[in-house]
Write a protein that binds this ligand. Structure first.
Ligand SMILES: Cc1cc2nc3c(=O)[nH]c(=O)nc-3n(C[C@H](O)[C@H](O)[C@H](O)COP(=O)(O)OP(=O)(O)OC[C@H]3O[C@@H](n4cnc5c(N)ncnc54)[C@H](O)[C@@H]3O)c2cc1C
Length: 383
């Protein structure tokens, strides 16, 4: 029997496996994808400064930062609302940091993590989709499609992005009835590391600096999103420029336009008998605040610390799983509530909310303590 079986070697599962290195544990990792394969269309991940610190400790940051075009620093975040007053500017300098966060290519990150796993001698079993992960008093069992031999471990960690293989973990789903349009957008001037988040009547829109252009995340109703995607490029750019008004000017190009539906999916429990779920399998959030991926990183890191603090024979025990839940409960709840609250507050067209929203932003900008607290939460999470 293995000590730990990790289902899914995406960014979160791979981070956990790397954090367990050197712990003298027998760890097995499986992933449904083929070796070397990653997401079909690249994603831009918003990495917080706290996630960078985790990658630094695991020796991932240096190869990632050295990969051409993989990492773009965000030095300023400009938050404002259309047709309302109030704006907040967070800067790296006021937090004494080189950057507030980073825009990272999912594909590049996955390649660096795959290489790091191989270098660390952690063999990932690729092409091994888990069909069911179940727990009993003495072991967790991972059934793999196409394999007669199930994997048994004291603890199974599910990091498959959807918890689809864990019958004992129910997920709550809230459909925002919104879609995110994502695209690469160019301006006629350098981005200078400034990220924009604009709250509009139709929902939030973000521009994240990425290499020599911006990554756009534009929240709309599904019908609007379909109509915008069908527009020729000049008309799409005109609609975008109209949306940003005077805040951002000079849109020249939009490529790789696509959209995906937005929902909040939260596992009711992050543990079941001999099982823990982490990353997107535990919570998949609206991208409005860039919190989802960073919460997943912290799940992985805190679970690794809990595992390494636990004697081998107690791995996967109720007591160990309770310690893990206690470690994560505050940060997880706050991250979910913060993101969901922002969507409720800013993701709608109720004019009576405009004044409190504007006042909130002006206050944040004017009160150094409130602004620092807000910035800290965005950078490091809420513990
Ligand atoms: C369509 C989409 C677009 C997104 N866009 C953005 C964005 O623009 N910005 C942003 O910050 N975040 C974005 N996210 C969220 C971001 O991708 C996640 O926060 C992040 O990928 C979570 O990492 P993870 O390792 O938990 O899960 P994933 O990245 O989903 O990794 C899961 C891994 O598990 C493997 N797997 C799946 N099923 C099984 C199985 N049954 N058995 C074994 N292995 C399995 C997969 O092959 C994969 O390697 C997006 C998410 C989605 C779904």
């Amino acid at each position: 029997m293995h000590d730990v079986a990790i289902v899914g070697a995406g960014p979160v599962g791979a981070t956990l496996a790397l954090a367990l290195r050197g712990g003298d544990l027998d760890v097995v990792v499986g992933d449904a994808r083929a070796a070397g394969e990653t997401v079909r269309a690249d994603r831009t991940l918003a990495l917080s400064h706290g996630a960078r610190l985790i990658f630094e400790r695991l020796g991932i940051w240096a190869p990632l930062a050295a990969t051409d075009g993989a990492v773009t620093p965000i030095v300023t975040i400009d938050v404002s609302q259309a047709r309302g007053f109030g704006a907040v500017q967070l800067t790296a300098a006021e937090h004494g940091l080189p950057a507030l966060g980073y825009v990272v290519s999912y594909r590049a990150l996955q390649r660096v993590l795959d290489d790091a796993l191989a270098r660390a001698g952690i063999g990932v079993r690729f092409g091994a989709p888990a069909r069911a992960v179940t727990g009993s008093a003495d072991a967790a069992t991972v059934d793999i499609a196409g394999s007669e031999e199930p994997v048994r471990a004291r603890l199974a960690v599910v990091a498959d992005g959807a918890a689809s293989s864990v019958p004992d973990i129910a997920r709550r789903r809230h459909d925002y009835r919104q879609a995110a349009i994502v695209a690469s957008v160019a301006l006629d001037h350098p981005h200078g590391g400034i990220a924009y988040e604009l709250f509009t009547f139709d929902g939030p829109v973000a521009l994240l600096p990425e290499r020599d252009h911006y990554a756009l995340v534009w929240t709309r109703t599904p019908a609007d999103a379909a109509a915008l995607l069908a527009l020729p490029e000049p008309a799409f750019l005109a609609a975008l420029a109209g949306h940003f008004g005077s805040r951002v000017r000079g849109f020249t190009r939009a490529s790789n336009r696509r959209s995906f539906p937005l929902s909040l999916e939260v596992a009711r429990n992050t543990t079941a008998r001999r099982i823990a779920v982490i990353g997107n399998a535990a919570q998949a959030l609206h991208p409005i605040a860039g919190q989802g991926f960073n919460l997943g990183m912290r799940d992985a890191y805190d679970l690794a610390r809990t595992i390494l603090d636990t004697p081998r024979e107690a791995l996967g025990s109720d007591a160990m799983l309770a310690r893990y839940r206690a470690r994560r409960v505050l940060d997880r709840r706050a991250g979910i509530a913060f993101t969901h609250g922002l969507v409720q507050l800013f993701g709608n067209d109720r004019p009576w909310l405009r004044v409190p929203r504007g006042a909130g932003m002006m206050l944040l900008d004017a009160v150094p303590f409130a602004k620092r607290a807000f910035g800290r939460a965005m950078l490091f999470g809420m513990r």
